[in-house]
Design a protein around this ligand. Structure first.
Ligand code: ADP
Ligand code: GN1
Ligand code: MG
Length: 385
């Protein structure tokens, strides 16, 4: 038997371990996530009921049972909330886990890999945005997500990756990577290291505000890049996905990571730096959508912290991509040898532009935050003007 047939048989065995409604499936690699390995699973005999199968990266998520319990609790909480909202459809708006025949939410294969399955949601997905409508809907999706989780007990959730957005810890590991230089790459990246070092003090602000209890800890998504939202066929917000990192944190983290992907006219790893520009109307549209859903619970100090997150998260990504490059590319999936370095340089370009426009962006946030709530809740077409 050739290697492909063996892998195919293994995946078919995994599929059969879940409570699916048919025996014969086709599957193909799917999506552009950097962490898990995702397959689109379709019944050979056709029909609309498709599945999304994922091999969970257990090198990164060390406690998969704990992680899956988090996802079970979060999806249950969201579905219960939506059940009482007229017109809402919990099956389309919240991920639905498929249990295994042994009534668990994950399966372990013969090689010790962890798998999970969701209902596949037929929807629109974007790595790079095209319209203000999409940005606005993205803001609503993540705002509503935080709002709906605001009354969930955070103690129920484990920290799937401890210190995920803790920049002090990220910098510590980065400095260790420089000292260890296991891949012999430090000499190639002096300008990038200097860029990070020049800003390291300034980037500790959010952490300091949190430690001083000025910013409240809330349950947030923690990985709000735009391709972690599904929009429906009319580009309306449908479902927030990729729930692996739903954990306590500061709202500025979610705002910053969303803006990182929304405001950038190019891909996160664009090689041609001249293509990386700021699309400020998309920034404003996202912010309006976000405040529409989250404005009612944000404190003034949290509102003031949002733009700090817009600088912090691209900075943190640079630290993380460069650390991975220095450590020999062990964390993120890469598609060519210098991919992490290219990502690093693209994010440096983005951060530099964000720094230049900081004041202008902050004024936009403050202006939207100051809108009377009735104005914030106008019909959608008016809100974007
Ligand atoms: P990763 O952690 O690797 O980013 P994700 O959970 O984000 O993994 O999934 C990868 C991609 O698969 C997503 O960007 C999205 O396009 C798609 N996807 C994930 N879950 C679903 C789903 N239930 N229905 C349809 N598409 C999905
Ligand atoms: C990863 O899983 P994915 O591709 O949506 C990463 C995020 C980074 C992002 C950068 C668990 O997100 O933290 O912001 O890549 N997820 C994890 O594109 O590390
Ligand atoms: Mg993802």
């Amino acid at each position: 038997m050739d290697q492909n047939t063996t892998i195919s048989n293994q995946i078919n065995t995994v599929i059969a371990s879940f409570c699916t409604d048919d025996e014969s499936y086709d599957f193909e690699l799917f999506g552009s996530g950097h962490i898990n390995t995702t397959f689109f699973v379709k019944r050979k005999c056709g029909g609309n009921k498709d599945y999304l199968l994922q091999r969970i990266n257990h090198q990164i998520f060390k406690d998969v049972p704990g992680l899956m319990n988090n996802i079970k609790l979060v999806t249950e909480h969201l579905k219960n909330k939506l059940a009482s909202v007229p017109g809402a459809n919990p099956d389309l708006e919240v991920l639905t886990l498929i249990p295994t025949k042994e009534n668990r939410f994950y399966e372990i294969d013969q090689n010790g890999n962890f798998w999970r399955m969701y209902d596949f949601l037929h929807s629109n997905r974007y790595d790079v945005l095209e319209t203000e409508q999409q940005a606005y809907e993205g803001g609503k999706a993540f705002g509503k997500f935080q709002a709906m989780l605001s009354d969930m007990d955070a103690d129920l959730l484990i920290e799937t990756i401890p210190n995920f957005h803790n920049i002090e810890m990220r910098l510590k590991r980065f400095n260790e990577a420089i000292i260890n230089d296991v891949a012999g790459r430090v000499k190639e990246v002096s300008p990038e290291i200097a860029f990070l070092q020049e800003r390291s003090e300034a980037m500790l602000k959010i952490l300091g505000l949190g430690e001083g209890s000025i910013l409240p800890v809330r349950i947030i998504h923690n990985d709000t890049k735009f391709n972690n939202i599904l929009l429906d066929k009319a580009d309306k917000a449908q479902c927030v996905i990729d729930l692996d990192t739903v954990m306590p944190g500061y709202v500025a983290y979610d705002f910053g990571d969303a803006i990182r992907t929304i405001i950038n006219t190019a891909a996160e790893d664009e090689a041609d730096l001249s293509k990386i520009q700021l699309n400020i109307p998309l920034f404003a549209a996202y912010t309006k959508g976000y405040f529409k859903e989250a404005g009612f619970f944000l404190s003034d100090r949290e509102i003031d912290s949002l733009l700090k997150g817009v600088l912090l998260i691209p900075y943190e990504q640079i630290v993380r991509f460069l650390t991975d490059y220095l450590e020999g590319d062990t964390y993120y999936k890469i598609h060519f040898p210098l991919h992490n370095l290219q990502r690093t340089r693209a994010q440096i370009e983005l951060l530099t532009k964000l720094e230049h426009h900081y004041k202008e962006l902050d004024e936009i946030v403050q202006g939207i935050a100051a809108l009377p709530s009735n104005e914030n809740f106008l019909e959608e077409k008016n809100e974007l003007t």
